[in-house]
Structure formats: structure tokens, C-alpha cells
Design a protein around this ligand. Structure first.
Ligand code: AR6
Length: 170
């Protein structure tokens, strides 16, 4: 499985699966979540509502992942995962690694060959980028799945790209 990082916009990424940095409520938000719903169209939100209706208390536990269509996006599926909010006093890194593990597992179950991730939790949720990158790489490397050929980190700016390149070369 090839792991690599590139600067770009996740909504324009042609991987089989793109992963959304969602929230437990699953009905959209800002950041990459807002961009995915805006570019992908209403079908994604419709499926999110249906999934939400089946979840206990209507909430996706942080660190878990669910899948919808990709609507008008070039990807085939969107995997939605809710990352942890950064805390200076509590170590939530296991939850962040779990986002990557569970998303990769789900993508493999779908038969995807390629998955593209943003820097989950490193925007609105405040996770420091260097550590977010280390957790991302550790999370993906912890999963051993057949058929998945490529995991791509699609980063919005040079700072994030540098952090992921450093984490990948460790
Ligand atoms: N392509 C790639 N990366 C992007 C894009 C894009 N189109 N847009 C933003 N990023 P964030 P979080 C980067 O805030 O921290 C939402 O309201 C961004 O620069 O999207 O997990 C959700 O609904 C940053 O590096 O996700 C949740 O409530 C990274 O993606 C909450 O925000 C993640 O930033 C989740 O916050």
C-alpha cells in the first residue's frame, strides 16, 4: 500500500473514497465538511440524515466512520468520520488514530483501491498540525488490508503538506 501526501483540494480528488472530517451530528459544518457537502450536492446530506436516524441518539461516536455516496464529486464514496476536539489536558490521540483506522477498514470493505484523507481534527478542532500528521500516519499504518493500493493525504496548504511529508518519512 502506497502512502503519500499532496497539496490540493479534497473535493477535486479522484480517489475511490474521500474521507470527510465530519462531526458527530453528521449534518455538515464548516471546513472540509462544508466544502464536501457544497460540492457534492444534496444527496450526501440526504444519506447522512438516514444514517443519523439509525444511530443511537442520532450521533456518530468520535473515532468511528460511516459511508455515503459521493454525489457530484469525482470520488465514488464519502466516508464520514468525526475526529476528536484537541485538548491540552487530555490525550485523545487514540480517537484520532481510530478515525484513520476505521475509515481505511470501511474503504477496504467497499472494495476501494484508493482513499484520500484531509488532516482530520487539524482545522476547526484545533489539533496541532505536526502531531495530527503523526497520528494520521500511525493510524493508517496500523491497518493491514488487502486490495487497497493507495492512501493519499490531500493537504490544503504548504504547512500541512510539510507536516505530513515529515511524518511519512519517519
Ligand atoms: N481539501 C483539503 N483540506 C481541506 C479542505 C479541502 N477542501 N478544506 C479544509 N481543509 P476542518 P476538523 C483542511 O476544520 O478540524 C467542521 O465544521 C483544513 O485546512 O475541516 O476535523 C465539521 O463539521 C484543515 O487542515 O476539520 C466539524 O464540526 C483540515 O482540512 C469540524 O469542522 C481539517 O480542518 C471538524 O473540524
Amino acid at each position: 500500500m502506497r502512502l503519500w501526501a499532496v497539496r490540493g483540494d479534497l473535493t477535486e480528488t479522484d480517489a475511490d473514497v474521500i474521507v470527510n472530517a465530519a462531526n458527530p451530528g453528521l449534518l455538515g459544518g464548516g471546513g472540509v465538511d462544508g466544502a464536501i457537502h457544497a460540492a457534492g450536492g444534496p444527496q450526501i446530506l440526504e444519506e447522512c440524515r438516514a444514517i443519523k436516524a439509525r444511530l443511537p441518539d442520532g450521533r456518530l461516536p468520535r473515532g468511528q466512520a460511516v459511508v455515503t455516496t459521493a454525489g457530484r464529486l469525482p470520488a465514488r464514496w464519502v466516508v464520514h468520520t468525526a475526529g476528536p476536539i484537541w485538548s491540552a489536558s487530555e490525550d485523545r490521540s487514540e480517537v484520532l488514530r481510530s478515525c484513520y483506522r476505521e475509515s481505511v477498514r470501511l474503504a477496504a470493505e467497499l472494495g476501494a483501491r484508493s482513499v484520500a484523507f484531509p488532516a482530520i481534527s487539524a482545522g476547526i478542532y484545533g489539533w496541532p498540525m505536526d502531531d495530527a500528521a503523526r497520528q494520521a500516519v500511525a493510524g493508517v499504518r496500523a491497518v493491514d488490508v488487502e486490495h487497497l493500493q493507495e492512501v493519499r493525504f490531500v493537504l490544503f496548504d504548504d504547512r500541512a503538506l510539510a507536516a505530513f511529508e515529515a511524518a511519512l518519512s519517519d
